[in-house]
Structures are given as structure tokens and as C-alpha cells.
Unconditional design. Sequence first.
Lengths: 393, 294
Amino acid sequence: MSGAFAKPHIRARIAGAALAIMAATGAGTASAEETIKIGSILSVTGPAAFLGEDMKAGMEIAVEEINAAGGINGRKVDWVFYDAESQTQKAMSATRRLLTQDRVDMIVGGGSMSGIALAMAPMAEQAKVPFISTEGAMNIVQPVSERKWAFKSTVDDDSVLDRIADYLAKKDIKKVALLADSSGFGQSATEQMKLLAPKRQLDVTYEAFNPADTDMTAQLTRIRDSGAQAIICWTVTPAGVVFLKQAQQLGLGDRTLIHSYGFVSQRYMELAGDAAKNLLLVSVKFPVGDQLPDSDPLKPRVQELIQKFQKRYGRPPNQYVAQTYDAIQLARLAVEKGGKDKAKLRDALEAIAGYNGTGGTFTFTPARHSGLSKDDIVMLDWKNGRFNLADYR
Amino acid sequence: MDNASTVLQLLFSGIGTGSIYALVAVGFNVIFKSTDAINFSQGEWVMMGGMVAAATVTASSSPVWLACLFAVLVVTAVGLVSERLVILPIAKPTPLLITLISIGLAICTKSAVMLTLGKNPAGYPGFAGDALVTVAGATVHSQTLWILVITAAFMVLAHLFFEKTVLGKALRAAAADRDAAALVGIKARSTVMWSFAIAAMAGAIAGTIITPLTLTSYDAGTMLGFKGFSAAMLGGLGNLYGSLLGGLLLGVLEAFASGYISSHFKDAIAFVVLLLILFWRPVGLIGKPVVEKV
């Protein structure tokens, strides 16, 4: 008897639960249609934390700006953020989460480290979700045939090295040393330099160090003996300060010392002190936005971001902020044209041409998924406590 | 690359780094002697020394040596308090338990520094500014000489402390035989506290004197800890003079490995040599085998 009573009761409960679930999912799809879901992964802790915090701030300010203006074609941005903790494994599980649980429309930001972005790109590729990387290495978006869904908002190492070669040609320097760290960032530069050197008639000595190294006496002694007139250092770690100090120590201070765009940091310059006085840095235009000629289309965009950022965070932004701010803006451009359809979003990204961001002028083509070019790169120096434009074009 | 000045240049950089490894190794040894445990927060104390000194220099613009002294005091106090907070409450402090707890302590120390002093790399000028000194054709940073002098002074003082003072002798007695020491009135638990304080002090000194050369950041401690541990193993765990020998040997090996082979293999070569020496002499270069009488 009790069984007969129980049955309809349970059935009713199940039906009720099913209804509740339907209602919940119904509501879910309704709200998902109104918003555009962007997933981001950066490293705000771990060794890359010093980049990640600024990169995250750049995204925050872009998302807030878009939502304050009423969203993209009426769709608000629903921004999902995960910390990769500078670990590829963590970033990969976060990516899986973004793809399967959060079901984002697009991923912007590849963990603040090239190595992480390299691991994320194939996952986005497989899931056919557009991925805008804010990291440096070229092979995040190359070869394009295997990276149909990956784009990046940063400069390519080959353009940067080509730009350095232009400068060296101006100064009539032929013998060069490249001192790169053994991370993905440094290795990529070494590979590209090996391709570029014969084309630009450069005689290059290659040296390497570990990102955590605290002593470069051995490498610098060999470079000194090689007679290189210019030394290019490629790292984002504090080891770059050790390089500057020890270069002075070993009497290399009178040669042309060049740091990569990964080292354009006020903090590092202050730590290097006097050792940075005749250093050159290759960089995007952002750090010297106010010194650009008025004819440069980037100038107003850069100044606008600097003001907004200063107001929101109470400190001046750096180029990493620009890198991620631009990436979100690129996503916005894509959504304006492509809506929520992932394939259309991808096509819209690929069709972006001549967009003036804060880090440079972006043009994507089906053959090239890196938006920036050699014209977006300048040479800086560090004098009077700030970065200055040393060589415009 | 073959000339004498290059060899000397590498030797100086090796001895400089090696001195730091030696100081870190002293920390490992002191705690190992008193607890039989490996203290994995040793490296974090090194990092903390550098970070606190850097923050002090920035905040108060006091002279570097004063900031370093202050940092050493702070970290020594942290070592002492850490022991009182997490080791003392344990009813039965077995070596394994202390080792495990020290890993937790390391993570907490690192996080605390990250949250209070930030994630940016930090540094300050050397005791004599950034002056350079030329020694027989090799140019060295004046701070390298300071490192050598301070390490030597610390080693001599540590020797005198353990050989001549009552507290030092008590620590050695407790390390040699806890029960017998307890019988003559030495409190084993307070010797553990002092060993933590001394270890933290050794770490902090290493951290404050190396930071002008290498900079530091909240995550720099782990690697220094491993290197110091290797140096302690190399010399013979629990042996003060072994620390010095192991540290210097490891530092010089690394410098020459990166100078003549490749800096990619620098760490690998140092660790391979460590393994080989331990195969040949499991107790380390000047460690004595412990004979357990049953």
C-alpha cells in the first residue's frame, strides 16, 4: 500500500525537478544570447605575475569601457577570468574549463607566457573557438594552416629583429652578439635571428642563459672576446639587469647594448640604475606615446588609454596594458561584425585591417595572423627617469 | 677564452655564488643537527632577507648596510617565531614531520612576502655602491668582495659560537645526544628554537648580501634553497665546514661549467657531480658515517 502511495509522489518530484532544470537552462540560454562570453587566462601569480597583473588590468579597463558604452551591438560582455599561475598545466585545465563548462564565445589572453599560449592554441583550434593571444612567440599563430583560429595582438620577433637590423645598418654595425634566455621567448628570437642574419649580412655570436641565472660573466667574457660591436639581450626576467650591470663590469659599456621589447619596464631600469644609461630598447610605440610625431595615428589613442588607466588605477600603464587592451578591442571589432557565430567571428578577425590600437596599427590577413608590423616598432632609451624615443623610423 | 684573466673572472664569480650556497647550507646543517630534519623553508628566508632589505631601502632611504642589518634581525625573528608557532606545538616532533611542516612553512613564508612586499623584483646598490675592483686582470663588483669577507667572518664567528659559548656547546650537546643533554639540564626544545633562529639568520645574511648582485623576488627562494641543500649534501650533512667546502665547490663548478661548456647545462652539471660524489661517498665529502649501535 505504502508503495502505491509513494510512486506518484516521487513522480511528481521528478517532474518538478525536471521543470526546474528546464526553467534554469531556458533562462541560461536567454541570458547567453544577450551577452557575449569572453574567457581570459593570464598569470597573475608565479614568475610571470609581474606581467600578468598589468595585462589583467588592461583587459578589465577594456571590458568596463565596452559595457559602460552599452556593450557590443547591445550585447554586454560577460568576462570569465582564470589565473594560470605561470603554469602550463593550470592554463590547460583552465582552457578546458572555458571551452567545455563556461562555453565561451572567444578566448583572449594566453597565460602571459609564450609557452602557455603555445599549449592553448591547439586546444582552441580543436574546439574551433577564436583565440586572441596576448603573448609574443610567432609560432602561436604559425603556420597559419594549423592555426586558423589563433590570432595575436603582439609584434613578431622577425619584425622586431628586422627593425633592430635597420638600426644597426644605420650605425654601420656588422658584428653582433645575441644573448637570449632559454625560455620560449628567447629561443624564438635565436631561431629568427639565425634566419635573418644572412639576409642582413650580420655576423652574429649566439649566447644563452637560464631565465633564473644570476651570473653572466662567462657568456659576456666570450662576447667580449668575439669583438661584437652590439649586444642584444632577449629576456623578460631580472637576469636582464644582471646583464646590464655585468656588461659595465666587464668593460662592455661602450658598445651598443640593446634590450628586447620584453624588458621595457620602469622597474628594471630603476634597478639597473647607471648601467642603463646608454641602453637602447626595441619596443612598440606605447611607452613614448607623447613623444610621437603628431602625424602618427596612434598618438591620440595612446594618450586616451594613459588617462583612463591613470584615473582607474592611479599609476601609469605600460605596454603590457596596451597589449591586452588592444586584444579585447580586437574581440569587440570581431563581435560587431560576426555576432555570436564562432566561424563568423574568426572571419571577422581575419578581415580586420588598419585598426589603430594603442600598441600599433592592426592588420590581419588570411596569410598572417599577427596584427602588427615593423612600422609599429621604434627604438627607445632611458634618460631622466623615463623612456624616450631614440629612433622613430 | 683560455687566458688567465678569464679563469680568474670565472673563479671569482664561482666563489661569490658559492659563498652564498655555503651560508644557506649552514642553515640546513644547523637545523639538521638539532632535529634530524631537512628544513625546506631555508631558501625562503634567503629571499625574505633580500626582500625586506630592499623594501627598507626604498621606504626609509636608510643606508644599505643598516637596511641589511634590520632585515637580518627581522628574518631571524621570523625563524624564531616560526619555530615557536609550528614546531613547538607538536607533541612528538619526528624528523619526517618537521620536514613536512617546513614545506608548509616555506609556502606560507613565500606567500606572506608576496602579499606584503609585492611581486616585483627588488634590489639595491651594494655596500660600496656599484664600484668595480680590478684584481689581477679580472674585474669584480665590490659587492663580491663584501660577500667573501662577510661569509668568512660568519664562518669564523659560527665556529667560535659552537666551540666557545655555553649556548653553542649546549646546541652541540643536544645535537649529539638529546637524552643525555636533557639529563644534564639542557632543554632540547629551546635548542631547536635557537637552531631555527641561527638558520634563519644565516639565510637572511646570504639574501641581503647577494641581492645587490642578482636582485631578488618573492619566488627566488626555492632555487637558492635547493642549491644550498645540494651544497650541504655535498659537504656532508650536519657539518659546518662541509657547508663551506660544498658551497664553494658547487659555485665554482657551476661557473666553470657555464664558462667552458654551456650555461644551459650549468645546473645539470652541478647536480651530476653532486650525484657522483654521493655515489662515491654517501655521507658527503667530509661527513662522518653515523653508526647506530643496537
